[in-house]
Write a protein that binds this ligand. Structure first.
Ligand code: NDP
Length: 336
């Protein structure tokens, strides 16, 4: 059994020294248990906050714990009446090649043509995009929707659903290749590079009618560029703030919270944070049905960035926080 543990808590950006790889025997299931073999492991930005001791919506990991994470597994051996060897399941077994389960919290993936999609467009990240945009963003035809991390797991789906709703969609992404993909493959109207020194002016030019919905994945300089362009009555689903996950303190410069508060007040902007499964779990079946159709008929496209080998997970995760991934980041832990 190969396992990746949290060796130490990161100060700022994580490094490979914060992780430790351990090898041990493969556990054997007792009566009522099943042995899961990990095929795909999802790497997600929220894992950075679990590595910290700071209070958040979910408990922090302790040093020496197996890194947490959602997985798509094969049942390798079963002594549980509801499962048979060979079945695909969605689990939460973390960064390890094998794990025992008593069946609690598992979801069978029978019927899903490509099981890895249960970690992305047909899983947590697609669901986040769907609920955050439709419930909180409430996009209407003709409105302008802006989303950053635009080619990532969440952002790519946000923009495509906004197009389906008849909106003008402006993406923001890191680099020319991602921006080209957002326009040519995902159908966004425009996509801007957040590393451009002229981002604020370019965004203003790309949003001549202002911004009605800003789906916030990033924070930082992207939000600084967005704030002055938000229209009266704009909605801001507050999904993530990846630009500040490695921050060790508040940003330099003057306190801009008075400007933010005044803008929210005078333009009657609704900004709402959400934690997808805590807030919207009851909508999951409806999401799966709708998104399953959109993916099957090609209406919503997706891109997976699959890195081979559990040993490469620490480096891939470090890269996720720096924009090295292109699409939903997944580790192929074992053979299909
Ligand atoms: P992505 O697949 O979008 O990967 C992360 C991307 O973030 C990188 O590829 C990079 O894209 C971008 N990024 C990283 N650092 C910066 C930076 N400093 N400035 C601008 N962009 C940056 O990840 P996900 O789709 O899984 O997650 C997107 C966001 O959604 C995250 O903030 C995450 O925490 C949040 N989230 C929230 C959930 C909730 O329930 N609230 C659930 C799931 C995700 P690029 O190269 O384009 O800059």
């Amino acid at each position: 059994n190969t396992r990746v543990l949290l060796a130490s808590r990161p100060e700022g950006a994580p490094t490979v020294a914060n992780f430790r790889i351990e090898y041990g025997p493969i556990p054997q299931p007792a009566d009522g248990q099943l042995l899961l073999r990990t095929v795909y492991l999802s790497l997600d930005p929220y894992m950075r906050s679990r590595m910290s001791a700071a209070k958040s919506y979910a408990a922090a990991m302790n040093e020496g714990d197996v890194m947490v994470g959602a997985t798509v597994c094969r049942v390798e051996a079963s002594r549980h009446p509801d499962y048979q060897a060979g079945e695909w399941v969605l689990a939460y077994t973390g960064w390890q090649s094998h794990a025992l389960s008593d069946g609690v919290g598992l979801h069978k993936l029978s019927g899903m043509a490509r099981p890895s999609l249960a970690l992305g467009v047909l899983g947590m990240t697609g669901f986040t995009a769907y609920m955050g945009l439709l419930e909180i963003g409430q996009p209407r035809a003709g409105e302008t929707v802006v989303v950053a991390a635009a080619t990532g797991a969440v952002g790519s789906v946000v923009g495509q659903i906004a197009k389906l709703k008849g909106c003008r969609v402006v993406g923001i992404a890191g680099g020319a290749e991602k921006c080209r993909y957002a326009v040519e493959e995902l159908g966004f109207d425009v996509c801007l590079d957040h590393r451009s020194p002229d981002l604020a002016a370019e965004l203003a030019a790309a949003c001549p009618q202002g911004i009605d919905v800003y789906f916030e994945n990033v924070g930082g300089v992207v939000f600084d560029a967005v704030l002055p362009l938000l229209n009266t009555g704009a909605r801001v689903p507050l999904c993530g703030l990846i630009a500040q996950y490695n921050a060790t303190g508040l940003p330099a410069g003057p306190d801009r919270s008075p400007l933010l508060m005044r803008t929210l007040l005078t333009r009657r902007i609704r900004m709402q944070g959400f934690i997808i499964f805590d807030d919207y779990a009851s909508h999951y079946p409806e999401f799966l049905k709708t998104m399953g159709e959109w993916v099957a008929n090609g209406t919503v496209r997706y891109r997976e960035d699959i890195v081979s080998g559990l040993e490469n997970a620490p480096q891939a995760f470090i890269g996720l926080l720096q924009g090295h991934n292109f699409g939903k980041l997944i580790i192929q832990v074992g053979a299909d």
